[in-house]
Design a protein around this ligand. Structure first.
Ligand SMILES: Nc1ncnc2c1ncn2[C@@H]1O[C@H](COP(=O)(O)OP(=O)(O)OP(=O)(O)O)[C@@H](O)[C@H]1O
Ligand SMILES: [Mg+2]
Length: 240
């Protein structure tokens, strides 16, 4: 479980971008963060991941104060995997090399087992395992970045716009993959998304941010069914 308690955070000596954010996400849950561009969604994820230190408040992972552990040990210590919004694969490396990079800390056998399991789970990657990441499509790269995070065997997965720039078909593939991960591996998934309808339809709960604060939190189903929410926060009618 991850939680933030009245977290304030910002960059350098700039203003607070996050203002007193309290939120949480549990195991076997997909929690989606929605909100307009620049409202602080990525900043919140970076703060939960430990790349940004809260100025006030606390990030807790499984009830433990998260700052006590250096960033590079977060995955091993707390099981937190983070897939950033951009630059999430090494383009000059092959699919296989990218995946193995995700599990440097593991012993050889666990690494081999995870790799084989992911090859079964993601045939697209298996077929292109010797290709350079730069030769994959955008959607295939998104799947690769997800799979690479899974190589480390995280219990908590932080995903920053996993469907960004994808065609509808590829977007559905990525969301299906995320849903399966939650159901098969009991993960706690915290995801930032612009594609609100599609994200909510696989999510359990959502937080809507505005100007660095939580404007609203609700079960995903309620948000999907509420016409006012649709107009205010979800940007109009869904594409069918
Ligand atoms: N590295 C940085 N240094 C300084 N300010 C930053 C940095 N990254 C983001 N910001 C500022 O923080 C605010 C929130 O940015 P953030 O990236 O969290 O927004 P977002 O909700 O993820 O937006 P988007 O939907 O466009 O990805 C913005 O005003 C942005 O200019
Ligand atoms: Mg962002």
């Amino acid at each position: 479980m991850i939680e933030t308690l009245n977290v304030h955070a910002g960059y350098g000596d700039g203003p607070d971008i996050l203002q007193s954010i309290s939120m949480n996400a549990h195991a076997r849950e997909i929690v989606t963060i929605l909100g307009p561009n620049g409202c602080g969604k990525s900043t919140l994820l970076k703060t939960v991941a430990g790349f940004l230190k809260p100025r006030q408040g606390e990030v807790r992972i499984d009830g433990q104060h998260a700052e006590a552990v250096p960033i590079h040990e977060k995955v091993r210590h707390f099981g937190v995997g983070y897939v950033p919004q951009t630059d999430n694969v090494f383009r000059t490396m092959t699919v296989t090399e990218n995946l193995l990079m995700g599990a440097r800390a593991l012993d050889r056998q666990t690494r081999a087992e995870r790799f084989d399991a992911l090859m079964v789970q993601y045939p697209t990657l298996a077929n292109k395992r010797r290709r350079k990441a730069s030769a994959l499509s955008g959607g295939e790269r998104q799947i690769l970045s997800l799979a690479r995070a899974l190589m480390a065997g995280p219990r908590i997965l932080l995903l920053d716009e996993p469907s960004a720039g994808l065609s509808p078909a590829m977007m559905h593939e990525v969301f299906d993959a995320i849903e399966r991960i939650r159901d098969e591996a009991d993960l706690c998934i915290l995801m930032v998304e612009q594609n609100a309808y599609e994200a909510l339809s696989i999510s359990d709960r959502a937080y809507v941010l505005n100007l660095g604060s939580v404007a609203l939190t609700a079960p995903a189903r309620d948000l999907l069914n509420d016409p006012a929410m649709e107009r205010l926060y979800l940007g109009g009618e869904p594409e069918v």
